[in-house]
Design a protein. Structure first.
Length: 293
């Protein structure tokens, strides 16, 4: 109900593991193909609980200064110059002034550990598989005790740990040590019934006939031998695009013209433009007609 009330159509297994993660205070680790709605879960959870969403977008080369904290070096240099102008020669005092908390630049992980009005925030660590193993090991330490140590200031420990959602597109395997600290769920492509509910919820302007054809076509497209199958995000984009074109149902020309909304690799687009797009549409229409009896 928590997700459904805020527009996220989930299956029972996902709703159960999310409930357990909240009750047990454990991070939730979500794996799945890109575009299946992993990131959206954290966003909807933030809205549903009325908590702030803090997002750490991972990438290759991500380090502590970007993820946790760094010092405002420009402001520190100004402080040093001002101290020199005032004739302050006490190095100990100068060091304490320069490394005061006011010069600390808080990044997502440190922000998530600090107190927040309204309760602990939702910390989204997005696409962890894009980072290297060194950062993963550092994150393991953070998630074990929900604390970080700043040499100049000491240890910052969270009184109320954040609600942690970690996502991965599985471009590489995440170490077992980190997974063991989380509850795990594989977010798969939805079946036709659930995807139909998603499109109806998110693209209410689409006609019922168009919605059914779009979902059936995307479901069939995922069974094709493609480099990258369209995710739910692409289904919603396609339904929206077709609505913007005032389409009431699918036709071969419109499908071919809008393949770039669904498919993101030229090889996949080219393959479908070689007559397969129309053939697949004919098959989908036949299946829908048979289902109606």
């Amino acid at each position: 109900m928590l997700l459904a009330d805020h527009g996220y159509v989930s299956d029972r297994a996902l709703a159960t593991v999310l409930f357990l993660a909240l009750r047990m205070g454990r991070p939730l680790f979500l794996e799945g193909e890109a575009g299946v709605g992993k990131t959206e879960i954290a966003k909807v959870l933030s809205q549903a609980l009325g908590r702030r969403l803090i997002r750490l977008q991972c990438y290759e080369g991500l380090d502590v200064s970007t993820a946790v904290y760094e010092w405002n070096y420009a402001a520190q240099m100004i402080e040093i110059r001002m101290a020199e102008a005032e004739g302050i020669a006490d190095r100990q005092r100068l060091a304490e002034d320069v490394f005061a908390e006011k010069f600390l630049v808080r990044r997502p992980l440190l922000e998530a550990l600090e107190p927040h009005e309204g309760g602990a925030p939702v910390l989204l660590i997005d696409e962890l598989d894009r980072t290297d193993e060194a950062f993963e090991a550092f994150l393991l330490e953070v998630l074990s005790d929900f604390q970080v140590t700043i040499p100049e200031l000491g240890t910052v420990r969270s009184e109320t740990p954040p609600i942690v959602v970690i996502t991965s597109n599985r471009t590489r395997e995440i170490h077992d040590a980190l997974k063991r600290r989380c509850l795990y769920h594989w977010v798969d492509y939805p079946d036709a019934k659930r995807e139909l509910r998603i499109v109806r919820s998110r693209v209410p302007g689409a006609s019922e006939a168009l919605t059914r054809e779009v979902v059936a076509y995307v479901q069939a497209l995922r069974r094709e031998d493609l480099f990258k199958s369209p995710g739910v995000a692409e289904t919603l984009d396609w339904a929206t695009a077709l609505t913007e074109l005032d389409a009431m149902s699918l036709d071969p020309a419109t499908v071919e013209d809008t393949l770039g909304v669904l498919l993101k690799y030229q090889e996949d687009v080219a393959r479908m433009q070689e007559g397969r797009a129309k053939q697949l549409l004919d098959e989908v229409r036949a299946d829908l007609k048979a289902a109606r009896g």
